[in-house]
Each structure stands twice: as C-alpha cells, then as structure tokens.
Write a protein that binds this ligand. Structure first.
Ligand SMILES: C[S@@+](CC[C@H](N)C(=O)[O-])C[C@H]1O[C@@H](n2cnc3c(N)ncnc32)[C@H](O)[C@@H]1O
Length: 282
C-alpha cells in the first residue's frame, strides 16, 4: 500500500526529474488525468486524494517513458487535432498544430460548408486532415491515401471514432491508384524534411515514422511529384492544391507550381508567422 497523493506525484516528478517548465507540468498533468480518467480540474480539487497502487504504477511507468523523451501523444495514444481526438501509434505521424493552418486555408476558400466537394488527402497518416475536412464538409466525398497499410488502418479507426463516414481510404503510392478520380481540392502534408536537416530533434527522429518525415532532394522529392501530377487529378480551373511544407521551402515551391502551369499561387503562414502552406489554382 502506498500513500502517494496526486499532488505528491506531481511535485515529486517535477522536482526529482527536473521537469520544471510549464509545458512539462501540463504534460504530467495530462498523463495523470489520462490514467485516472478525470479532467484537469479534478487534480486541483482532489490533489489530496491517495491513489491506489496500480494507478501509481501506471502513472510512474508513463512518466518514465516521458522522461526518456517519448512524445506525449504516443504515451497517451492520442492527440487532439482540429475538433477531433486522433489516435496515433508508431506507424502514424503525430498531427501538428501547424497543420491546422491548412484546414483554415481550405475553410477560408470554401466558406459554404454544405458544398459537395470532391477532396483528396495525399499521405493521410492518422487521417487528421481528411477527418477534419470530412467533418467540416459533411456533403463532400473525401478520398484519403497512404502507402502505409498500418497508417491506413489507424486512419479508418480514427474516422469511425469521430463518427465521420464520408471518407474512402485507398492504399496508393501518391496518385498511382487514383486513375478514375478527379477532385475539386487536393490537400497534402507530405514528407518534406531534408534527411540532412540538423534542426530536427532526436525524439522526432527516434519515435516518429521516417517515411512520414523525410524526403530526398533536400526534402522536396515528394512535393515535386505531387505538384507535377496534380493537374491531371483536378477537375476544372477552380481546382486547388494545398501543400504543407517547411518554412524555408516556399520559394522553390512557388517555382514548382509555376512550372506545372498553376495560377494564383500564394503562401499562408503558420502560428509562428512562418511560411507553412502553399496554395495554387489549376
Ligand atoms: C508528414 S506525414 C502526414 C500525416 C498526416 N496527413 C498529418 O498531416 O498529420 C506524411 C504521410 O505521407 C505518407 N507517404 C509517404 N510517402 C508516400 C507515398 N509515396 N505515397 C503515399 N503516401 C506516402 C506517409 O506514410 C505519412 O503518413
């Protein structure tokens, strides 16, 4: 029998393990909330509550993983993205807040949520983008593509968990199995990190799927392919392609769009004011 209270576990770990900053504190609270299945307010109201042994063990196991550098989303098994709870595993990239820039850009361009759009999400991973758009445009048909069977399995689970039923999942190497389809909108957050990029932190490299992150040719190989073939899969001159990319890549991407004959090329900044999503019209 232990006598550890919620407050004690929080304090002990923040002090002993040098997890002293606000973000770490919030993450530890998330771990405790998850194990106890309570919300954050509970931790403040019932900080004196003594936990039972299995709760303490589970919390401490997860905190240990956290101190080893494992991302919180993998420890919890999910991440909130847009209005959804997206479950993740080692086969899926953890959805990033910056990717919500892409969702906002589409919503800005297509304000009528009743529209019946044909939307393609290339490299769907956890399904985060496809599910957010399918939920925002319930009359639309979304096709979500990935070449990873495991990622597709997880994205289908996420669609079901979020009660979204207007997505078709297709295993495909980019456009390979899409010959019979045409779209109003193509969106993609493809792998765009240069393998040589020294700014990428070790945890990302260690825990997240490399095939979701890294691309050849300075990180541009997949983007180049997606842009060069997109015209064939866009329905008409209103068809648009939205690409998430690294913040230093927007100039090259502008040229790739222009060379492929795209019009109205523009770039949108992310939450940190950095170039993040490029958009162009057929
Ligand atoms: C950066 S992740 C994006 C995941 C998700 N869309 C998101 O925004 O969180 C890129 C995704 O592209 C997929 N991918 C990489 N190469 C691919 C290819 N040749 N064909 C289809 N999908 C590919 C990866 O498996 C991964 O799920």
């Amino acid at each position: 029998m232990n006598d550890k209270t919620i407050s004690f576990i929080l304090k002990e770990n923040l002090l002993n393990l040098e997890l002293k900053d606000e973000a770490s504190k919030t993450d530890l609270q998330s771990i405790i909330c998850d194990v106890l299945n309570v919300d954050r307010a509970y931790l403040y109201l019932y900080g004196d509550k003594v936990l039972i042994d299995i709760q303490v063990e589970e919390i401490e196991k997860k905190i240990f993983r956290y101190t080893q550098g494992e991302p919180l989303a993998y420890i919890l098994g999910y991440k909130h993205f847009w209005k959804q709870k997206i479950f993740v595993n080692q086969h899926t990239l953890i959805p990033r807040a910056d990717t919500e820039t892409l969702i906002e850009a589409v919503l800005n361009d297509y304000p009528n949520k009743n529209e019946a759009l044909d939307i393609l999400d290339l490299g769907t991973g956890s399904g985060a983008i496809a599910i957010a758009l399918a939920a925002e445009y319930p009359n639309s048909n979304v096709i979500a593509v990935d070449f990873s069977k495991e990622a597709l399995k997880q994205s289908e689970i996420n669609a079901n968990q979020n009660n979204v039923d207007n997505i078709k999942f297709i295993e495909s190497d980019w456009y390979e199995n899409l010959a019979k389809y045409k779209f109003d909108i193509i969106v993609s957050n493809p792998p765009y990190i240069d393998i040589e990029d020294s700014e990428i932190n070790d945890e990302v490299k260690k825990y997240e799927p490399h095939s979701a992150l890294f691309a050849n040719d300075g990180g541009l190989a997949d983007i180049e392919l997606i842009i060069s073939k997109a015209q064939n899969f866009l329905k008409n001159s209103n068809g648009k392609l939205y690409i998430e990319h690294g913040y230093t890549q927007s100039e090259v991407i502008y040229k790739l769009f222009a060379n492929a004959g795209f019009l109205d090329i523009r770039v949108i900044k992310d939450l940190n004011g950095r170039d993040r999503v490029s958009i162009a019209r057929k």
